[in-house]
Write a protein that binds this ligand. Structure first.
Ligand code: IMP
Length: 202
């Protein structure tokens, strides 16, 4: 099978690493840095993960002939009414690092002792656009709980507080190869791949 070339429109190196790993040998994944497009900025002013992923994919697809995929992702915590949700990257303050954001979330939930009431999920939506138009979008989710303390030093973002029951550990305790077999990003990318095959986008 011919390799599928895609621009993954993100500046987040952690996401690029995960997606390259998930995509495997059937894909040549380029990121914004590879195509010298990092100076282009687009405002993520959508109200949902899908809207934001579309905005990014459509915008960057005006600057390349490659099919462009963009993702929007985040953590939804039920006890915090779905926060941080689509604001995961900008939650609380742009200047706080994730260690502090995680600590603040744990503190906000310190009165919730029943693990079942600490339910949360990571959501990822990938949209594929060509020449300024979205072709399709795919979503992936993974369900878990917010842990009582930060655990692990792998991964990124909110991984240290996302407890995944089937493996009895947080995402930050899990080797990346394991996270990439079950994550929201893995699920979304896999359905994107299935759809790409149907559309013969190579
Ligand atoms: P965006 O999709 O670039 O707007 O940012 C999504 C934000 O959600 C990231 O910066 C992280 O804070 C959070 N996030 C998304 N996926 C993950 C993940 O796999 N682990 C930890 N945090 C994540």
């Amino acid at each position: 099978m011919k390799k599928i070339k895609l621009l993954f429109a993100t500046g987040n190196e952690n996401k690029v690493k995960e997606v390259k790993d998930i995509a495997g040998k059937n894909f040549d994944i380029y990121c914004l840095k590879d195509l010298n497009l990092t100076n282009l900025k687009v405002e993520e002013n959508g109200k949902t993960f899908i809207e934001n992923a579309k905005i990014k994919a459509e915008f960057y697809s005006n600057f390349t002939d490659l099919p462009v995929v963009a993702d929007d992702s985040g953590l939804e915590i039920d006890a915090l009414n779905g926060e941080p949700g689509i604001y995961s990257a900008r939650y609380l303050s742009d200047t706080l690092d994730y260690f502090d954001k995680c600590k603040i979330i744990i503190k906000k939930m310190s009165n919730i002792n029943n693990i079942k009431k600490r339910s949360a999920r990571f959501i990822c939506v990938f949209c594929l656009a060509q020449k300024g138009k979205t072709q399709f979008c795919k979503e992936g989710r993974v369900e878990g709980y917010i842990s009582f303390e930060l655990k692990g030093n792998k991964g990124f973002g909110y991984d240290p507080i996302f407890f995944y029951p089937p493996m009895n550990m947080t995402f930050a305790e899990m080797p990346l190869e394991e996270k990439n077999k079950i994550s929201h990003r893995f699920k979304a990318f896999n359905s994107l791949f299935e759809e790409l095959k149907k559309h013969s986008i190579y």
